[in-house]
Write a protein that binds this ligand. Structure first.
Ligand SMILES: Nc1nc2c(ncn2[C@@H]2O[C@H](COP(=O)(O)OP(=O)(O)OP(=O)(O)O)[C@@H](O)[C@H]2O)c(=O)[nH]1
Ligand SMILES: [Mg+2]
Length: 317
């Protein structure tokens, strides 16, 4: 997390600028690069990233506090076409973020660019609900286009005629983020911190752990298995002393026996790989040794089952 430097306060001649604070919804199509951008802006991994669309499933808040103000970024599930109840929930979460935000950022991938249909769908969703609020376009993945390749793509976005300032950025390579933040701060309302400035997310450690394990599943498996899986933390025991071990027991839920076999892998190879990769990141998160044990369980049609969706925290009590 960025430290607040007392010398910085007012040292840029901007001491008379009011302190700003607000909610900034980051929305867009699946795989656009929203979570990568939020993590880069906040400087910590608050949200899982993967090459598979629909990685983000819940509303995740990434908090950035600077001498000039506090931004609460709302990372949202990508807006996609609907099927399961679970997918409807994901879209609802994006909509909820959109309705409550002070600034709306449409994250658009420069490479690959979205299709015409997808652009029209997003525009139809966003424009009617702006209600006078500022819309920004974060044209991300600029590192993939090369300097010259970027210009025609930015011009194309401009030709869509949206009432939005367009800022090219790269979440993966942390490019142009300062400029992006300047623009966001310009549009934020005055206000006091919404969250403790020490926090970089409002998620609990358990939720961050779940997000990290889910991310490793997305990276280790392809096709439909990751989407049809979910992680539950059944037991989380804090270490006894400063050098103690955090014990975590969790379950990966899948929909069918065949998926369970894939998730476990031959001789347990796959589940070991997922657990090992997750464990290393969780150790970094908690700052100590971790014992992580994951089991795989079949729960047919869990994505349409309100009881399980509630247990997983995807819907409220
Ligand atoms: N080269 C490059 N790749 C990026 C950048 N941002 C994201 N990616 C890649 O794009 C893929 C999707 O990134 P995510 O951040 O998970 O995208 P998302 O919009 O959060 O996706 P959903 O949660 O599924 O809606 C991953 O493979 C990222 O590594 C970028 O700035 N440059
Ligand atoms: Mg995401």
């Amino acid at each position: 997390m960025r430290e607040i430097d007392i010398d910085d306060l007012g040292s840029d001649g901007g001491s008379s600028d009011p302190y700003k604070c607000g909610l900034v919804a980051m929305v867009g199509l699946p795989n656009a690069g929203k979570s990568t951008l939020v993590n880069a802006l906040v400087g910590e991994k608050v949200s899982a990233i993967s090459p598979i669309p629909q990685t983000t499933r819940t509303l995740i808040r990434g908090i950035l506090t600077e001498p000039r103000g506090q931004i609460v970024f709302l990372d949202t599930p990508g807006i996609h076409r609907l099927s399961h109840a679970f997918n409807h929930l994901m879209i609802d979460m994006s909509r909820e973020a959109l309705l409550g935000a002070h600034v709306i950022v449409w994250v658009i991938s420069l490479d690959p660019m979205p299709s015409r249909d997808d652009i029209a769908r997003m525009r139809d969703l966003l424009l009617p609900i702006l209600d006078g609020r500022p819309l920004l376009i974060a044209a991300t993945k600029m590192d993939k286009t090369g300097g010259h390749g970027m210009i025609p793509k930015l011009l194309e976005i401009e030709s869509w005629g949206l009432p939005a300032e367009i800022i090219p950025v790269s979440g993966a390579k942390s490019k142009n983020l300062d400029r992006f933040l300047d623009v966001v701060f310009r549009h934020l309302p005055e206000g006091e911190n919404l969250f403790d400035p020490e926090l970089y997310t409002n998620q609990t450690v358990r939720q961050l752990v779940r997000e990290l394990i889910q991310e490793k599943i997305f990276w280790s498996l392809r096709e439909e298995v990751p989407h049809q899986s979910a992680v539950m933390i059944e037991e989380y025991i804090e270490p006894e002393g400063p050098r103690g071990i955090t014990t975590i027991r969790g379950v990966i839920i899948v929909e069918r026996d065949s998926q369970k076999a894939i998730m476990i892998g031959s001789g347990g190879e796959r589940i070991r790989e997922v657990s090992e990769k997750a464990r290393l990141e969780i150790e970094r998160l908690v700052g100590g040794k971790v014992f992580l044990r994951m089991l795989v369980k079949v729960e047919p049609a869990w994505r349409d089952n309100p009881r399980i969706l509630r247990e997983l925290g995807y819907i409220g009590e």
